[in-house]
Design a binder for this molecule. Structure first.
Ligand SMILES: [Zn+2]
Length: 269
């Protein structure tokens, strides 16, 4: 069987990026078993031939009505699939779906009837909000960075922007490359409506959101950029933890030094 990726070169490149990032997540130790999810809006990368492709299994319900993404295409990691497998075989561990015209159902169109992640409704809810608001963001990533999750087990870190300030102060690039910082969502049941809604609220102010004692949810224009935002936060967390393991509290950059960075690189205040 011919893969959709052979017919759609732009799509092939976007799916290759997902596979690349899935490999990084595994190498980082952030993607045990089937942990983590990736959903990307690939509508701009498919040509008109995709519109003619039939569903390859029964139409599925999203469980939500999402009118802004009617007719949009997504690459989604499959339910129960492992990032380390997706890294080498993205179309066997994920699928391309097309949202139906009612905004409430979707069809899997390629390559195999791999059912998308159970987190699909919450990922699509976020994508729907991007299209509604005219945002250029097209990628959503959920992963389990060990260092950041460990920090979320300490209640004082969970007050608004405490972790953001701490992580920004560890190395100048973190504020430059994660300029909105880290939002916090208090513990919610994984996959719950409460978690999806709280995440959506935090995403109006942040690109990366910490789910207390669980992981992070990151968004950006593409999956490489979403990964990079989590990676720079994790680097800062590593510096903090390394200093603590050497027996001292790191001084961190001063407010003046952070302010100087903000002005020099035209970062948001
Ligand atoms: Zn998770």
């Amino acid at each position: 069987m011919q893969s959709i990726l052979e017919l759609q070169p732009n799509l092939r490149q976007k799916v290759a990026q997902v596979a690349q990032v899935a490999g990084y997540l595994w190498q980082k130790g952030w993607a045990e078993r089937n942990g983590g999810n990736i959903t990307i809006n690939v509508t701009e990368y498919v040509n008109e031939d995709a519109d003619k492709m039939p569903a390859i299994c029964e139409t599925q319900s999203i469980g939500l009505i999402l009118p802004a993404i009617r007719g949009h295409y997504f690459y989604c990691k499959g339910t129960g699939k492992r990032m380390r497998d997706l890294a080498v075989a993205p179309m066997e561990n994920g699928s391309i779906i097309r949202i139906c015209n009612d905004g409430a159902h979707y069809d899997i169109i390629a390559d195999h009837p791999v059912q998308p992640t159970s987190e699909l409704p919450s990922h699509l809810l976020v994508h729907n909000s991007f299209i509604e608001s005219g945002s250029p963001y097209r990628a959503t990533l959920h992963t389990h960075p060990i260092d950041l999750i460990a920090m979320s087990h300490h209640a004082p870190f969970l007050k608004k922007d405490i972790l953001t300030q701490l992580l920004w102060s560890m190395i100048p690039e973190t504020k430059a490359f994660c300029p909105k910082g880290l939002g916090i969502v208090p513990y919610c049941l994984p996959g719950s409506k409460e978690l999806a809604e709280a995440t959506l609220r935090e995403l109006s102010d942040y690109d990366v959101v910490m789910w207390e004692k669980h992981g992070v949810f990151a968004v950006d224009t593409d999956i490489i950029n979403a990964f990079d935002q989590v990676d720079v936060l994790s680097k800062s967390a590593q510096i903090y933890l390394t200093a603590r393991s050497m027996g001292f509290h790191p001084d961190g950059m001063s407010q003046e030094q952070l302010q100087e960075m903000t002005t020099a690189f035209h970062l948001p205040k």
